[in-house]
Design a binder for this molecule. Structure first.
Ligand code: WT7
Length: 630
């Protein structure tokens, strides 16, 4: 990890019209932050008090480093706050979900009451299958309303969901099902992508071999003629909802009961199952949806992520529904049938808050200004970004062409582990392109050196979080030691694993990962998982992968491969290996370049020094290589 280093910063600034600040929920940053500092527990208690609890908490938090409990002994069900709270109020007939398929006109609009009824039925169907509080259920679904229904139904009955993004391949899915010991897998026959059908169910068929925990597979059948369900194990999504009671009382959950597991990459070993709990996560996502995205009564919120990532968990499902917002979801990718489709969606549905990723913004820049210019985007009020650094060029384009130089751009920094947005520029505040912004009220961050000493402004260092927050992960599933590492690597702080720099005003610019995690188009990939997919090919003896800068995707996967004796390098073998990775981990993990090499740089203890490969690749100084073996 880097110690500290100089960074050149730009000094452009934009301040939104003062009405934004005046009308925002959060109000003035300094005042809100001071209110938090004056009494952190009272600050969080006020927010938690905006939601409904079956039993109030005894204490806001218990903190015994590195373990936190939030809203101790509080009882709740997050779906009560996402659904019941609204169907018993004026929101009953408000639109909760708008879904748009890949085709124009392929739409579904679901009110809070309709969503509520579907969730209760599906919850009862799961109970009828024997699902109990604490059981794990794996979701591997396309972006359709049934995914949201299934997620909420799990939460309703206290089952722990583990959502696996539909773009992952069979071996990635298998690893996640096995680690979580999922009892049920919920999937669909197909997902739609660019006019093609992705055969999700057949990927599940492959993934459940050697996954003995799986008792049932629930299949949403979307195509006609219907896919045949062959074994006793397989059930139809809608059929099981038919003959059940319409009433399903929410399971009374302790604030610290787990709500879900979500896998994210690690630099070594298998992916980490990040565990989030009911109470703190609910409060954190509700708080940030309301006070960071500034959601108001008539907003239509479109977060372009998939519920398979934390962004979707927090800002498609739980946060917005807890806040009673109207949420847009779509199966449509950004350039099919043409690169205007997303702007058309904004115009058609009057989207007011749009939240996407820098990689998407850079793709749009490449397609040309004429695409957004053809549509009316004046419904937009706030535009946001997440997943990787929003470089100043992309910021400028986004701000001018999409935000028409009036919408605040909220570049939000956070992680699967943090559960909620941690650093951003609040609506109405001065924005600095390239900088995410400041820690939001409730969050304490800093940029430090390896020992934990704050580094001066304009000097790069490591981004840490100094105090616990409600939506923080509670552990890594089956691997508490890995959890403790987050809080024990730099002083007693939470280590984010990112390099960052602050300016004199305390604005934070996130520079990228300090470790071997590769972020491709906003998707977090562990070098370990990609390398082990490569090594599982018969021709490969050893492999190392690095992230190589890519103008659109942020980073691209480059692989270095040592072949086994008897195999020779060829273009054909390269494409075989690429296909092999695609089939096991999914398209996002596909290497864009493969080099066949006779050896790899290693430490004396045998660890691959990816940093050396990276430096070589980019023609820069690899730094300290005294531990290098050859
Ligand atoms: C990593 C976390 C949180 C949802 C999406 C990714 C990078 C995230 C930003 C940002 C610069 C960012 C970091 C972080 N990242 N947001 N606004 N600016 N970098 O969640 O898969 O857990 O990845 O994404 O490197 O550590 P994730």
């Amino acid at each position: 990890m880097a110690e500290s280093f100089d960074v050149k910063l730009e000094d452009t600034e934009y301040t939104p019209d003062s009405s934004y600040l005046k009308e925002s929920w959060i109000g003035d940053y300094q005042t809100a932050y001071q209110r938090f500092l004056d009494d952190p527990d009272a600050f969080w208690a006020d927010i938690a008090g905006e939601l409904e609890w079956f039993r109030p908490w005894d204490r806001v938090k218990d903190w015994k480093h590195p373990y936190a409990q939030w809203f101790v002994n509080g009882k709740l069900n997050i779906t009560h706050n996402c659904l019941d709270r609204h169907v018993t109020s004026a929101n009953r007939n408000k639109v909760a979900l708008i879904w748009r398929g890949e085709e124009e006109g392929d739409e579904r609009v679901i009110t809070y009451r309709q969503l509520y009824r579907a969730v209760l039925r599906f919850g009862n169907a799961l109970k009828k299958l024997g699902v109990k509080k604490g059981d794990t259920i794996c979701l591997y679904m396309p972006l359709v309303p049934e995914q949201v229904i299934a997620i909420l139904a799990c939460a309703r009955i206290g089952a722990i969901h583990s959502i696996v993004y539909g773009g992952f391949g069979a071996s990635a899915l298998n690893a996640r099902i096995r680690d979580a010991k999922a009892k049920i897998v919920i999937t669909a026959d197909v997902g739609n992508r660019r006019g093609k059908r992705v055969p999700l169910k057949s990927i599940v068929d492959e993934a459940v071999v050697n996954a003995p925990s799986v008792e049932r597979i629930i299949v949403l059948r979307r195509t006609k003629p219907q896919l045949e369900l062959y074994s006793e194990m397989e059930l139809d999504f809608h059929e099981i909802m038919e003959n059940v009671e319409p009433v399903c009382e929410p399971e009374v959950m302790d604030a610290e009961d787990p709500l879900f597991i979500l896998y994210t990459s690690g630099t070594t070993g298998p992916p980490k199952g990040i565990v989030h709990t009911c109470g703190g996560y609910m409060v954190g996502t509700y708080y940030t949806t309301k006070y960071v995205f500034d959601v108001k009564e008539h907003d239509v919120l479109w977060c372009t992520a998939d519920p398979g990532w934390i962004t979707g968990h927090s800002y498609i499902v739980y946060g917005p529904l807890a806040a009673g917002a109207t949420v847009l979801i779509t199966e449509s990718v950004l350039d099919y049938p043409d690169p205007g489709v997303w702007w058309r969606i904004i115009e058609d549905f009057g989207v007011t808050i749009f939240y996407t990723a820098p990689t998407a913004i850079r793709m749009f820049m490449k397609f040309g200004d004429e695409w957004p210019s053809r549509y009316k985007l004046d419904s937009l009020r706030i535009i946001g970004s997440v997943g990787e650094p929003l470089n100043p060029e992309a910021f400028e384009w986004y701000y001018r062409l999409i935000g028409k130089s009036t919408c605040p751009v909220i570049d939000t920094w956070w992680q699967t582990e943090t559960g909620m947005v941690m650093v951003t520029t609040l609506v109405g505040d001065t924005m600095k392109p390239g900088f995410a912004g400041k820690p939001i009220p409730g969050v304490v961050t800093d940029v430090v050196d390896k020992e934990g000493n704050p580094v001066p402004p304009k000097i790069g260092g490591l981004l840490v979080i100094k105090e616990p927050w409600p939506a923080m992960m509670r552990t890594v599933y089956n691997n508490d030691e890995r959890y403790r590492e987050y809080w024990n690597t730099i002083n007693t702080y939470y280590t984010a694993g990112d390099l960052a720099v602050k300016d004199e005003d305390g604005y934070i610019m996130v520079l990228g990962r300090a470790d071997d995690i590769i972020i491709v188009a906003g998707h977090n990939l562990g070098t370990a998982e990609v390398e082990s997919a490569l090594v599982s090919h018969e021709a490969v003896a050893e492999a190392a992968v690095i992230g190589k800068p890519d103008v659109v995707k942020g980073q691209a996967v480059k692989a270095f491969v040592i072949l086994k004796l008897g195999y020779t390098a060829s273009e054909k073998l390269k494409s075989d290996l690429t296909y092999h990775v695609r089939m096991s981990l999914g398209p996002i993990a596909m290497p864009s370049e493969i080099d066949f090499v006779p050896s790899l740089p290693k430490t004396r203890s045998g660890k691959i020094m990816r940093r050396v490969l990276k430096a070589q690749e980019m023609g820069i100084d690899p730094g300290d290589i005294s531990t290098l073996e050859e």
